[in-house]
Design a protein around this ligand. Sequence first.
Ligand code: HPA
Ligand code: ZN
Length: 326
Amino acid sequence: MNFQDMPKVELHTHLEGCAPPEFIRMLAKEKGLDLSGIFNADGTYAYRDFDHFLEVYEAACTTLQGPQDFYRLTKAVLEESASHGVVYQETFISPDFCGGGDLGAWREYLAAMEEAAAEADRDLGITLRGIVTVIRHFGPEAGKPAAHCGVETFGGFVRGFGMAGGEMVGRPADYSYLFDQAREAGMPLHCHAGEWGGPSMVQETLDHLKVDRIGHGIGAIDDPALVQRLADSGVTLEVCPGSNVFLGAVDSWESHPIQKLRDAGVKVTVSTDDPPFFGTTMTREYEMLNKTFGWTKPDFDEVNRTALAAAFCDDATRQTIAKRLD
Ligand code: HPA
Ligand code: ZN
């Protein structure tokens, strides 16, 4: 089976987290920033655990300082994704990591991303849409400018609102006012939950943030009633198995709950999260799902249709992408 060429829909990536280390080194050099501490001798990103990953991630983001940087990043990311058969990708954009939520600056950054995305759509057959995310471990107050930025830019390239970052800080309810603002503006909603937190974190995210999609959500597996609730509600999980194994959120591919969640009727989809940080690609995710759980073309087709149905794009785009999956 040629996994690389299979058309793929990927809902859960972080734009900055898709930056190859050599790209960040190039920007650091241009700006005279010494970021040698965040790289291993072999050039890969260097970090010990998830919390340290977030610190390294934040340091890498300091190199992104203007529209041209976001233009080049978006181009590089889409070339890589397209080479793995991705035909539609959504990506989290984190104003909190890159200069705060200054609306004027962010309008320019988003316009640059949109321009790069339009070129990739035309030249490579890959469509990209953005989801503005607040960063949870900065606290509920700090998310205000980014949430404002999301609401103000919603409708074109920006298709949704969400939350990423360290999960074990505060409770979902602390952030509900930000999600309420976005919902009132008509934005579809995502939140990272149940990557590190157990079922209670997923439960509270459903109760208080009323999201359409959960990033990871794998912690739900420890509560059968919650798994049933997810299946009944139709909330889609953006599962990133390679990321979970790499970071140690699960022990191994064999013990990853993606198959059990799918068997229970939960809508599961497959994504990479931050591919160069976690040593993965969409091709590798498919190879490992085939090797571990025996997934073949019909399984991947189903997962891609699930992902497209849950995508935050408009319906005309959804129909165009559906043709690319045939
Ligand atoms: N999890 C949570 N927050 C993040 C991640 C992740 O994998 N990557 C960037 N922000
Ligand atoms: Zn993520």
